[in-house]
Design a protein around this ligand. Sequence first.
Ligand SMILES: [Mg+2]
Length: 419
Amino acid sequence: MVISDYREKKSFMAEQKYIALIDCDSFFVSCERKLNRELEGKAVCVTSGRRGCVIARSREAKQMGIAMGLPLFMAEKDFPGCLYIDANHANYGEISGEVMSVLREISPNVEVYSIDEAFVDLTGLSKLYKMNYYDLAKYIREQIWERVHIPVSIGVSRSKALAKLASDKAKNTDDHICIAGKCGITKLLKHTEIDEVWGIGRRLGPKLKGHGIRTAYDYIQKNDVWLKSRFGKLGLELKYELMGNLINKVSNEYKPPKSIMDSRAFENFTSDLNYIKNELMVHIHAVCRKLRKAGCKCGMISVMLRTKDFREFYNKADLPLPTNFEFEISDVAFPLLEEIFDPKTVYRSVGINLENFNPVTNEQLQLFAQEENPRKEKNEKLAESLDKLEAKFGHNIVRTGFTNKEVPAKQEFITHSGK
Ligand SMILES: [Mg+2]
């Protein structure tokens, strides 16, 4: 070992890391309870629309035995005592933003991991706040509850992988906090099934069990060469993360999303192309709004059509020019939809997915862009005013106009209602 390596190792060892994972409890249900306090203490499920399925459950709903993904019509039949609410993702996104800003006030180093989870590097903050890490976690919980009215579980440990495990354990404790320090790590690993480990999941879990690795503790007993040869660099890094080394640092750098999608079950099954186009336009507007908020343009889109009996059809295309504007996307999306649409088939939902993102600021200077796309400037101004209006008056105050005169009144295009 050369001296510089040794020094690095020494300083690394001296600096004990404290990484927290803050995970909102039953997030969508908690959001609904924040908006309607009467739901407190009741069995509540959030669903993906009237023709959809259960996507979030309150503790009371879980205790009734309602499974995730259960179709709504079955849930209503088998568990009539539960309340079922249609998801409102725009609200959830806003509330998530409120939770994250409370966290950012407490620590400068916050990595938003998903809509309801964030890693926070708490290292050194115990001195700043003059409290131990347990009290600090308690303080974070209280702050989020008092200011946003969302309950959270917090796991604190030496690495992201351990913090994630700790937060899972925290969910089942009275105080919703689990601190896995030096002495707690071994116990935590021994009590964690291998498929509960972050990144292992259902696919790798059985494979590892086949090698006699039943718990997270069994995993760290395996030697480096064996792990690397079978599971690559990431597999080896996971071992060190589980042993309490921070390999993946908490990064507050903004990472643009890899894809944005929006889809929802129709109110009634339908075979009406115009109705489906209208619904698709609503989703295009939702994804464009998110894309503009992320400061990106997309280069590829795909349209998804799902039939009444859950068959799915996809159609994908590159865009002629990167965009984040509704009508430029619908110009490509509608022909894609028409290609996979069959008038003799009954459909339950339509969706859109955007990919290949580029930050707006990195946009290449398109020498002929103005000629190729004379509407560019107009569209950008229109989109900007649309976003401003919505920011002021709420989502969907403006329905992006797919105002096709041939679109019949709503009742008329419900051709297969209730079947
Ligand atoms: Mg959660």
